[in-house]
Design a protein around this ligand. Structure first.
Ligand code: ZN
Length: 459
């Protein structure tokens, strides 16, 4: 006899599994954190029907659509304080006007508030997993505050504690620099402090190719391969990456990474704007995943990565929002639409990428990119219950002819009726269940910004 904590009934359910199975009027049963029932309503046996009637809670999703929750594979949470700062400047200038100065002075409490803002905004756009790429390592307390802020919202969290061991010539503040060996000790300490589980995993990675020495890569790799730790890095976002690598090591960055054994299925490569066909082949060969961040690539004028080419070669691609300083929001729906439209435009071919490709990237592709394909990314019995209930009945999206097209091309956060993470309703009908008041959070952030701006002006 099954005892369901939560039943979602009468929904059009898109599993996003390999066969793209869709239930026209389906039911999902959740016990604890897992999906243990998923089928058409009219196929329920009398015994199953009885079990469903005894559920702790029933959500009637008549007229609504259920998808797996979206997985954001790249963000810098502290940048939620910096929306619009450094606008209309090139990447290195933008960094020096926004993320780098502010990143040096934000307090632990401000990091915690930024995490709550980013994660709650993400949950509102259907995101159930957030992968934070953390690089303000001048004070170990900041990482703890960020993690605590993420966890307090109920979002599934990947915390990527990165490092920089060079890069001053490009403006990397000295206070961020540390030897890779020291950084790995900090990563290890975080792993011990938080006892990782399905809701929180800790990774590492070099911040960006121009802030990493060859020795730094090697030391990190030794740690990651021996401790089975995943890693991520910004790569080939602009020409600066290769310029630095060419000058110091006389090589293309991907050539060098291949040589030292850095290209593995534990590597999540962020941006990849300037990947060559040869790079794509090697990413496919070694199982490297891509985090595609269309908004910052456009906002900073970096360019458009070869995503259809990567998919066609068998590379796993996921979607990230990137930090709000270079996106101005943490809205997965917006990033998904951009990811589709920019490829159609640059290829002058509307068929080059589909709504299904985009939703796959944001769900199953994301799950694979974070090493959780066995638990997340599709709606199947035995998987963790991370899902959204999408309500198409709003002016922007109505009428709905094709649910995938509506989600990718005609939606906004008002369509996200309910977000469920690990079996728990974290957002429903415009309200969060984490106990954090949206308006009070915004007010507190605004008053913290007054203090922070004054502090920066006095420097
Ligand atoms: Zn980034």
């Amino acid at each position: 006899m099954k005892s369901y904590d939560l039943i979602i009934k009468n929904a059009q359910i898109h599993t996003m599994d390999e066969d793209r199975k869709v239930y026209a009027k389906g039911i999902i049963g959740i016990e604890g954190e897992k999906i243990t029932l998923i089928k058409e309503m009219n196929e329920l046996t009398p015994e199953e029907l009885q079990e469903c009637e005894g559920a702790g809670r029933v959500i009637d999703a008549e007229g609504k659509v259920v998808f797996p929750g979206f997985i954001d594979t790249h963000i810098h949470i502290f940048q939620s304080f910096l929306k619009g700062l450094g606008a209309d400047h090139r990447l290195i200038d933008w960094l020096n006007l926004s993320a780098l100065p502010y990143g040096q002075y934000m307090t632990p409490h401000q990091h915690e508030l930024a995490a709550q803002l980013a994660c709650m905004e993400a949950i509102k756009s259907g995101c159930t997993t957030m992968s934070e790429f953390f690089y303000t390592n001048q004070d170990p307390e900041l990482a703890h505050s960020c993690i605590e802020g993420m966890v307090s919202t109920g979002i599934r969290s990947v915390f990527i504690r990165t490092f920089q061991d060079t890069g001053e010539e490009y403006g990397m503040p000295k206070c961020f620099l540390e030897p890779a060996g020291k950084a790995m000790k900090e990563v290890d300490a975080l792993k011990k402090a938080y006892k990782e589980n399905d809701m929180l995993s800790i990774w590492t990675g070099p911040d960006v190719t121009w802030s990493t020495t060859k020795e730094g890569y090697q030391e990190m790799l030794e740690y990651c391969l021996s401790e089975n730790v995943r890693y991520s890095m910004h790569i080939k976002e602009t020409e600066v990456d290769n310029e630095m690598c060419g000058r110091y090591y006389g090589k293309d960055i991907v050539d060098m990474l291949e040589e030292i054994g850095f290209l593995t299925d534990k590597f999540l490569a962020v941006h990849c704007v300037n990947l060559t066909p040869h790079d794509i082949e090697r990413f496919a060969k070694y199982g490297v995943s891509i985090s595609h961040n269309p908004a910052p690539n456009l906002y900073l004028g970096s360019g458009i990565p070869p995503i259809p080419e990567s998919l066609a070669t068998g590379v796993n691609v996921s979607i990230g929002t990137d930090g709000a300083a270079s996106n101005n929001s943490t809205d997965m729906l917006e990033s998904m639409k951009l990811a589709a439209l920019i490829q159609k435009g640059i290829h002058r071919d509307a068929a080059v990428i589909s709504a299904d490709d985009i939703i796959h990237m944001a769900t199953a592709g994301g799950a694979k990119a974070i090493g959780m394909a066995d638990k997340l990314g599709t709606l199947e019995s035995g998987k963790n219950a991370d899902l959204i209930i999408f309500d198409p009945n709003h002016l922007k999206s109505a009428p709905m002819h094709d649910a995938k097209a509506t989600v990718v091309y005609a939606s906004s956060e008002e369509n996200i009726d309910t977000t469920i993470i690990n079996g728990k309703v974290v957002y429903q009908g415009g309200k969060f269940t984490c106990g954090i008041d949206e308006r009070s959070l915004i007010d507190e952030i605004n008053s913290e910004l007054v203090v922070l701006k004054k502090q920066l002006a006095d420097k």
